[in-house]
Design a protein around this ligand. Sequence first.
Ligand SMILES: [Zn+2]
Length: 161
Amino acid sequence: MQQSHSYCPECGNTIALVEFEQTYMLKCSTCKAEYYFDPKVSAVCALISDNQVLLIKRGNEPGYGKWSLPGGYVDRSEKVEDAVIREIREETGLRIEDITLLGVYSSTGSPVIVIAYLTRASSGHITPNHEVLECGFFDLNTLPELAFPRDEEIIRLAAVS
Ligand SMILES: [Zn+2]
């Protein structure tokens, strides 16, 4: 975990990162004022059509060269549904509209909260962007090596939803 170098607006001393049971907060070392240290929110989408799911081959770490559901980080003040539609468009070139919430995934010690959606229709043509090595549909019974075990759980849930 990277050390913060912020200064306390109350007293001007250094704000430190404090760990408690694998969770983190920011606290002034002098006056003990506490500050928000927000988690990161990511939104992914399982696009399922004809018993196939859309996956991307990752061009970034974590999981470079392995496959995952398309998606990405939600921007501050952005509506989550808008973020997932935007990310699918950016990463795969496909437009999606009707999305259904599948679930929310998080784990102790990880700053990332993943919000997963399902959609069954898209328009446009697959045109992966620079963050993506490849993009394509895979049969639900023959998935490639996935970067995140969570994605398989999401895909299994999507398939029966
Ligand atoms: Zn302070």
